[in-house]
Design a protein around this ligand. Structure first.
Ligand SMILES: NC(=O)c1ccc[n+]([C@@H]2O[C@H](COP(=O)([O-])OP(=O)(O)OC[C@H]3O[C@@H](n4cnc5c(N)ncnc54)[C@H](OP(=O)(O)O)[C@@H]3O)[C@@H](O)[C@H]2O)c1
Length: 319
């Protein structure tokens, strides 16, 4: 099988396409022919081995997993003897967490009881792949905020994989959502449910006098200290990044009436099942920026690393 392979940490140019043996499923695993996956910001960090603390899990001097990728959409090709919930021919999608699993390849084996579900009916593989990593983190962020319909929300980085999904999950609660993005993407974020749009290129939203019950810094660039005044009393903030937020998450448990909360969801199977349900019900749709074939995986990483993608970048895994 072909796979996106690297033997050391580095930028996209450490990647090459390599021919490897197809894995064999153990009794509780399924063998999946992967047809699409995302190249996402988590994959970039795993490729680079940065931040360094990540290497405690991914390998100190070189990556433990040589193949990149953490999510997948594909078809079950074979099952282990004990597998009960999947059969050969099922279309499935899954996610193994931000630390990588090696999904940028034609075949993977995956445990039946981990983060794998049936794909939404009728959805192409590319679209299914775009409903996994970013959507899962967005769902975790929104659930951590515990929204109610009477609240209002601000989503910063609204056009990213996490941001575009966050707008949709918040809108499901009937919440008015203000999206921070570039003006040219106004129509896109409105189509996802945003009720107000702030162009961050021409307007400093941190100087805005609006206040919100909930703030999601989906792009991870606006620490709580910069956004605190934008929160109403008893409001909550969450972010995809920013180490100072760890301190604030602890401090705001004891001081003040504005909270920093963290998305600590590890229930991937349940989260993906929820996303599948929302796609089938028509209330969630993925945003795809562009697609690359596996042979151009390095280019896909180079583009994702710019931090400019609109929603998701898809890797298609051809024959
Ligand atoms: N904590 C975790 O477990 C976890 C997991 C996954 C990802 N992350 C982190 O979450 C962040 C977002 O991930 P993602 O996949 O959603 O990223 P992404 O898709 O790369 O998001 C980038 C988007 O943010 C917009 N953007 C960039 N700078 C902005 C700014 N200053 N203000 C407003 N919007 C801005 C960009 O729009 P323009 O091109 O228009 O600027 C682009 O559409 C990344 O930093 C990633 O590392 C964290």
């Amino acid at each position: 099988m072909k796979a996106a392979f690297r033997s050391r940490y580095g930028r996209h140019d450490v990647l090459s396409i390599k021919e490897l043996d197809t894995p064999i499923p153990t009794e509780n695993e399924v063998l999946i022919r992967v047809y699409a996956a995302t190249v996402n910001r988590s994959d970039c960090h795993v490729l680079w081995g940065k931040p360094w603390v990540m290497r405690l899990f991914t390998g100190i001097s070189k990556p433990k997993i040589a193949i990149t990728g953490c999510d997948f959409a594909g078809q079950v090709e074979a099952i282990g003897e004990q597998v009960k919930t999947f059969k050969v021919g099922d279309k499935v999608m899954g996610f193994a967490g931000a630390l990588g699993y090696g999904t940028h390849t034609q075949y993977i084996v995956f445990p039946e009881n981990k983060g794998i579900v049936q794909m939404p009916a009728g959805l192409p593989y590319e679209q299914a792949a775009a409903c996994i990593e970013g959507a899962f983190y967005a769902l975790g962020a929104v659930r951590a905020l515990n929204p109610t319909s009477k609240q209002s929300a601000l989503v910063i980085g609204a056009t990213g994989a996490i941001g575009s999904a966050t707008i949709q999950f918040l809108s499901m609660y009937g919440i008015p959502v203000t999206a921070v993005c570039e003006a040219e993407n106004t129509e896109l974020v409105q189509s996802l449910g945003a009720t107000r749009v702030i162009d961050y290129k021409t307007q400093d939203f941190t100087q805005d006098d609006h206040q919100y019950d909930l703030i999601v810094d989906a792009v991870g660039l606006y620490a709580f200290s910069r956004c605190r005044h934008l929160l109403k009393p008893n409001g909550s903030y969450t972010s995809s990044g920013g180490t100072s937020n760890l301190f604030w998450a602890l401090a705001t448990r004891f001081v003040g009436n504005k909270k920093v909360v963290f998305n600590m969801s590890f229930k991937i199977k349940e989260g993906l099942a929820y996303i599948k349900e929302k796609i089938e019900g028509g209330s969630f749709r993925p945003v795809i920026d562009r697609q690359y074939p596996l042979a151009r995986v390095a280019e896909a990483f180079e583009y994702v690393a710019t931090g400019k993608k609109l929603g998701n970048v898809i890797l298609t895994i051809e024959n």
